[in-house]
Design a protein around this ligand. Sequence first.
Ligand SMILES: [Zn+2]
Length: 395
Amino acid sequence: MSRYRMYPAPTQTAGLLAHCRHARYVWNLAVEQSAMWTRDKGSTPGFHEQSRQLTEARAAFDWLRAGSQTVQQQALRDFDQARRNYFAGSHGRPTWRRAGRHEGFRVVGPQAGRVEQLSRKWGRVLIPKVGWVRFKLSRALPAARSYRVARDSVGRWHIALAVVPDPIPAPGNGSVVGVDRGVTVSAALSTGELLNCPRLSESEQRQLTHLQRRLARAQPGSNRRQRVKAAIAKLHARAAARRKDWVEKTTTDLARRFDVIRVEDLRIAHMTRRPKPKPDPARPGGYLPNRRRAKAGLNRGIRSNGWGLLVQRLEHKAAGRVERVSPAYTSQTCSRCGHCAPANRENQAFRCRACGHSDHADVNAAINIAAGRAVSARRDKPVRVSLKREPQLTT
Ligand SMILES: [Zn+2]
């Protein structure tokens, strides 16, 4: 993804904002349609049915017809992809897009090829119904197949040209690595390496807490509130940029060094769900504690480590060399003798109750993942699994 700052002329800004509005409107309609779906209605309309409905809507509403069909149809395509990602388990359920927060649209296909370099410092892109818009070339222009235009919370425009990275050739040395993704350690490798995704520094974290307190006190609708909000958004954006950078570097490194990369088949969308409320049998209408706050903290940890993105990029760069392994009991099983018991694990340390083997808990899990070990669901009984056995893949 190559991102550039875009400088639309004042007359073009209105056109760009209209595209954002239309894309959001179409997306939210699709979200609403799937939210209203019930079992007795049959299957939810897919992309083709929704496109047909869009054509009808464009015929009925002048304001929608005035916009770009390319932009509106792409919003449906993006929704379709988001829904696929959700059902594949790598992403959360597509949610509502809000004005001011989600200002953007995407252009894919031949229309996305209309990008030119004007000079050493400037490029321009032909946006449907808006015309040529200039952007500053902060890096070389790639041959992109799609782009996304977005307005950030501070009001700056950006264009991101998407390039699917070329697969990295395998080293061909027969090496296999297991990656255990965690919250305390972002990724532990079966080689014993512990990789950490950079986060906000302590002073940045303090600054964020301070700003959040100021936001709570600021008058709704005031200029001060706007300023504080923008400052908070800037810090979050910085954290996200660091996370992305780390994921890119880590995945390139893994794809270069290992032939086969085994990861846990984690369903993040399910894992980051809110815990169910527990009704209290003693008090009708009352609820027992369900550790909701603790779960919220864990969810933040999972998301801030960029788990989904890590596997997605690995699958791009090491295409066909990434294997998903069942995550069951990988953290409780001894990587040396195969003894499986919850007591083996003490926080970050692993100590086998059967053979006395000790290791970093996440590294032990990563070794199990690398072995693709099929672990028995019966605990407290040693499981003998030959190391030569084929890995059990979950499909
Ligand atoms: Zn053991």
